[in-house]
Unconditional design. Sequence first.
Length: 147
Amino acid sequence: MPSIRDALPADYNAWRMLWAAYLDFYQVQLEEETTQSTWESAINPLVPRRIRVLEVENDLTGFALIQFQTSSWQVRPVCYLEDLFISERHRGKGLGRAMLDNLICVAKESGCSEFYWHARRDNTHARRLYDRYVKEDGNVRYRLPIG
């Protein structure tokens, strides 16, 4: 049975390995400073960001990074799932579903009115899971790098 919890400082090395595999999956390279900042902000209780980790038999096998945000469209905060990753050798075992179910509970417990995420169009494996929860809403994301 998987265990899902907030990341602890002692999880850094295991998370870092999963983070590297996640970045490889998306063929992205980040500055070390960005990775360090992501970790530090997510374990800082004063920042509205959290890393949830998934353990199977004391082995960190997945993580999710969520952010709580205010909204100009709603009174209550919303929860944004920025990153979700399950190690390749543990996929297809229901762990992604367990993580999503846990994150939805966290969002509810935090008083959020909405839980949302993005997925790449070509990530069919993840979208098959996500479509079991809700169909994509037709929005298109535009990203304008600045600086």
